[in-house]
Design a protein around this ligand. Structure first.
Ligand code: ZN
Length: 220
């Protein structure tokens, strides 16, 4: 019935183990021995890919696989991302990689300013007690930050042309942008429902995935 599951190739297995220092990837655990776990289950992806694999001890692995368990996929993605601080290893020796890294860092910095600026504007616009000037100032600040983030996203996409990371950035930009449009277009006062959306949280999974894609590309 189920297609035969091939073994994780030994080279790939080694990379995953080295990434976690041959210990359980959950930092408060770090136990041995370790197994190779799929973040998105193998039954769904039907392939072994570095970005989807993580080293776990049998206990953490079982807790993760248990659908009633306390470790969810989002948390596991975060653990995986934590294993990959931006690698600068031998970057200098590779032509063009510095540009990729710079584009990514610019993207992170500008989004980290844009999203809170929009959230602040949304919050002020949703309070009946806000003064017109305050709302207007926050609005122009948000627009300003948006234009920086947009430039960074476009630069990123041109540096990372045609890659999975580039598509993902498009999706993230679209997701945040759609909400920002809603905030800007709505009349005063903005509904609490729109104002309270936690956009940073909504894009956190995609951001962690982007981070992994970037780390993987730069460390290849
Ligand atoms: Zn563990």
């Amino acid at each position: 019935m189920s297609a035969k599951r091939p073994k994780v190739p030994s080279e790939l297995r080694r990379r995953v183990l080295i990434e976690a220092g041959h210990r359980c990837a959950i930092p408060t655990c770090k136990t041995t021995p370790v197994e190779i776990a799929h973040i998105v289950p193998w039954s769904k992806v039907r392939k072994h890919e570095f970005k989807n694999l993580i080293a776990l001890c049998p206990t953490c692995h079982a807790r993760f696989d248990d659908p009633r368990g306390s470790i969810d996929r989002k948390a596991m993605r975060q653990y995986k991302a934590n294993l990959n601080p931006l690698l600068s290893v031998s970057l200098r020796s590779r032509e063009g990689q510095v540009d990729l890294l710079v584009a990514y860092q610019e993207l992170r910095v500008t989004f980290a300013e844009w999203i809170p600026a929009e959230a602040q504007y949304a919050a002020a616009k949703s309070r009946r007690s806000s003064r017109v000037k305050e709302v207007a100032d926050l609005r122009s600040l948000a627009i300003d930050k948006f234009s920086w983030a947009l430039c960074a996203a476009l630069d990123f996409q041109s540096a990372w042309k045609g890659s999975e990371a580039s598509c993902l950035v498009g999706e993230i930009l679209y997701h945040v942008g759609e909400w920002a449009d809603e905030v800007h277009d709505a009349s005063f006062p903005l509904s609490k429902e729109i104002a309270r959306r936690d956009i940073a949280e909504e894009i956190s999974e995609a951001s962690a995935e982007l981070h992994l894609l970037v780390c993987e590309e730069l460390s290849m």
